[in-house]
Design a binder for this molecule. Structure first.
Ligand SMILES: [Zn+2]
Length: 188
């Protein structure tokens, strides 16, 4: 049916259906994740990298109040670049943002907080989309789950899992071609 013949209510339903279908694509994984979606993500990612703030994913805590004194947390202006390992999109650049309480000197990050130089993980940190494993690295939780189940059943050692990930996203080829490029440059 042509779009102009739809009533407003029907249009709303159509939009709702379209957005629900899009989110289902994420749930059902690579098989139905269209190339178009990956391409849109890549374009957006590359644009944000060129703009100086990588926004493939932005990791920031949902918490607004200090866990100790309940004051409103301040958002740090400075964003930090992180490398994200994603089960469908491969590795890409994102950012993390810190919130903090000036009085208690508590720093809230995505999934954990730091206080007096110690790091504490939130109880629900594995229920989020990503696990921030260092100040510069985050893993997509479904990727960790895939890795964990393969390691537990003894299917592969971690190095093989890592090689398979690199092969799937053609990182090994990229690495060898950049090496070739360096060799060529050095010859000049
Ligand atoms: Zn506080």
């Amino acid at each position: 049916m042509p779009q102009e013949e739809l009533s407003n209510e029907e249009k709303l339903c159509a939009d709702k259906f379209a957005s629900e279908t899009r989110s289902l694509m994420f749930l059902h994984g690579n098989g139905v994740l269209t190339e178009g979606l990956k391409e849109n993500f890549r374009v957006f990612h590359d644009f944000s990298v060129r703009s100086g703030v990588p926004m493939g994913s932005v990791l920031i805590t949902n918490r607004d109040q200090c866990r100790k004194c309940t004051r409103v947390l301040q958002v740090d202006d400075k964003t930090h670049v992180i490398v994200i390992y994603h089960i469908y999109f491969g590795s890409y650049l994102g950012s993390r943002i810190t919130k903090w309480c000036r009085k208690c000197k508590i720093y809230e990050h995505y999934g954990y907080w730091t206080e007096g130089g110690n790091r504490y993980f939130n109880e629900d940190c594995l229920e989020q989309d990503f696990l921030l494993t260092s100040e510069e690295t985050a893993y997509h939780i479904p990727l960790l789950e895939e890795c964990e189940s393969l390691l537990v059943v003894g299917a592969v050692p971690f190095s093989t899992f890592a090689s398979s990930y690199n092969r799937r996203f053609k990182y090994a080829n990229l690495e060898s071609s950049s090496r070739t490029l360096k060799v060529k440059r050095m010859k000049r």
